[in-house]
Design a protein around this ligand. Sequence first.
Ligand SMILES: Cc1cc2nc3c(=O)[nH]c(=O)nc-3n(C[C@H](O)[C@H](O)[C@H](O)COP(=O)(O)O)c2cc1C
Length: 201
Amino acid sequence: MRLVAGPVIGLRLHPEMSSASNTPFPPAAKLDRLADAITFLPATTEAKVLRDALGRFATGVTVITTAGPHGHQGMTVNSFASVSLEPPLVMWCPARASTRHGLFTGARHWSVHVLGVEQLEVSQRFTRGGGGFDGLRIELTPEGIPVLPGTSARFDCATYACHEAGDHSVMIGQVLRATTGGPGDHLLVFAAVEIRQLSAG
Ligand SMILES: Cc1cc2nc3c(=O)[nH]c(=O)nc-3n(C[C@H](O)[C@H](O)[C@H](O)COP(=O)(O)O)c2cc1C
């Protein structure tokens, strides 16, 4: 996984994030999409090709936290999405291969943190081999879930449903409580298999 600061079409690179900020934006289109397009069958193509195609869909970067019998746990996740406003439901997908899968699918409560642009280091903490909560200031929700103050948004959830889906599970949560930072916040973005630090302004 490469971590870079770089432009994504439609979003402006934060001027402080890269020496490449002098390049004109948006860039002139370089690709002839029709000429370069390929169509493939996932069943008979190596997984990387499908992963790259799915990576064309940009997402934010979240850390999902919960508490279990062996303490606090967190996972960096980009599969987060909104599902329903009434009732307020959100979802994300933990991989069955993750050592954290059982803890999250068995949890009654969990919190989703949407990371701001300066929180790249936080995103790295909650991937494989990362430092987790070590040295981080945390607070506890009324449900006892460890939360990280100062994220762009946070959704405290109760598990509403959990479905098996191939090599992942789909966790659906009912939002009990939501917190958002001020307007004009700058976000971490995951696109084309890279975490990018961007501003939307
Ligand atoms: C940007 C990014 C997004 C990720 N999104 C997901 C995700 O949606 N679901 C998931 O299970 N793992 C995701 N991961 C991987 C997990 O953060 C973590 O590395 C993995 O669960 C570690 O597995 P382990 O618990 O076996 O060490 C993502 C990692 C990164 C860097």
